[in-house]
Design a protein around this ligand. Structure first.
Ligand SMILES: Cc1cc2nc3c(=O)[nH]c(=O)nc-3n(C[C@H](O)[C@H](O)[C@H](O)COP(=O)(O)OP(=O)(O)OC[C@H]3O[C@@H](n4cnc5c(N)ncnc54)[C@H](O)[C@@H]3O)c2cc1C
Ligand SMILES: NC(=O)c1ccc[n+]([C@@H]2O[C@H](COP(=O)([O-])OP(=O)(O)OC[C@H]3O[C@@H](n4cnc5c(N)ncnc54)[C@H](OP(=O)(O)O)[C@@H]3O)[C@@H](O)[C@H]2O)c1
Length: 256
């Protein structure tokens, strides 16, 4: 049976750096919860649905925003991402009608602090959540953590600053792993990787908050190795993976 696709049209392709882009797309209204993803697709041969290549992308826009937004990186050898990065305003993009995913706040048990911890493009679902009221209604403290290779990949600075002005409860911690963290960035990025900073207490110090099973729920998104290593570092603190049947303290979504 052939799949149903919605036809969207690109209205903006913002280039943050050589390999980083954000697409804003006009498409029929979709119903989803912040944190979810949807498959987007292009035809390798224009007009030939048999050549369609689809990949899941997390929404960056809030559910109430009618314009869809996706944040991506070019994986040079990948079949879809280099072509998405080349899209121009007016170009067509297919969008699946059925958003999905469990990295959502409605699946998270109550806690004092919510830690939204990401690598690379894994920040996308957290930006969507931060654009809604839910985190601020449910949690006393909201921490956004973003780890990237180079400082230029610390994207969406303006948006994060605006959200921080509106919501003084937001704490923002960044990591830059492959160059000296620049002094000019505010807050000054930490060096190295997230799991080491969980173990040695640098992440808690940077956020000014305790990270413990009694106070916190952690959401992890991005590189699967980060998910595995961070979950192991959190397990050493007594923080278990969250499941509907066996509630815990850590939820996660792997991007590959
Ligand atoms: C639930 C879910 C949500 C996702 N949301 C996003 C998103 O919001 N933005 C986004 O850019 N990607 C996202 N992805 C990944 C995306 O679906 C594609 O895999 C990615 O765009 C590369 O597509 P490709 O066809 O070029 O290469 P693929 O054949 O899909 O991937 C080739 C290889 O590239 C690497 N890779 C894939 N995705 C990434 C990435 N995001 N960052 C770094 N390396 C990667 C992996 O090593 C992978 O094996 C998500 C994946 C899942 C499962
Ligand atoms: N980033 C770029 O400049 C760039 C440019 C062009 C293309 N690409 C393509 O994009 C893909 C990589 O994307 P990316 O740079 O967003 O993703 P990434 O490799 O996941 O790196 C993002 C951050 O995650 C960290 N990380 C990696 N493994 C980890 C682990 N086990 N535990 C904790 N942290 C970990 C990295 O630290 P480390 O630095 O220590 O690994 C880095 O700080 C590749 O396919 C590449 O070809 C990237």
């Amino acid at each position: 049976m052939s799949e149903t696709w919605l036809e969207g049209r690109v209205i903006e392709n913002r280039r943050w750096a050589d390999a980083l882009f954000s697409l804003r797309v006009e498409a029929p209204r979709l119903s989803f919860e912040a944190g979810q993803f949807v498959r987007i697709a292009l035809d390798q041969t224009p007009g030939d649905p048999a050549s369609r290549i689809a990949r899941p992308f997390s929404f960056v826009n809030a559910p109430q925003d009618p314009v869809l937004e996706f944040y991506g990186i070019v994986v040079p050898e990948g079949p879809l991402s280099p072509r998405l990065a080349r899209l121009a305003p007016g170009d067509a993009l297919y969008v699946a009608p059925n958003p999905a995913g469990f990295l959502v706040l409605s699946e998270v048990p109550d806690a004092r602090s919510i830690w939204l911890i990401s690598t690379g493009t894994g920040i996308a679902p957290f930006l969507s959540m931060l654009r809604t009221d839910a985190p601020w209604k449910r949690f006393e403290h909201v921490v956004l953590v973003h780890a990237v290779r180079r400082a230029e990949e610390l994207v969406y600075q303006e948006l994060i600053r605006e959200i921080g002005l509106e919501r003084p409860g937001l704490r923002y911690v960044t990591f830059v792993s492959r160059e000296s963290p620049p002094e000019s960035h505010h807050p000054k990025p930490l060096a190295g990787r997230i799991p080491a900073a969980i173990r040695d207490g640098r992440l808690e110090r940077a956020a000014g908050l305790e990270l413990s099973p009694g106070s916190s729920h952690v959401m992890l998104c991005g590189n699967p190795d980060m998910l595995k290593d961070a979950a192991a570092a959190l397990a050493e603190r007594g923080m278990r993976k969250h499941r509907r049947r066996t509630p815990g303290h850590v939820s996660m979504e792997s991007f590959w």
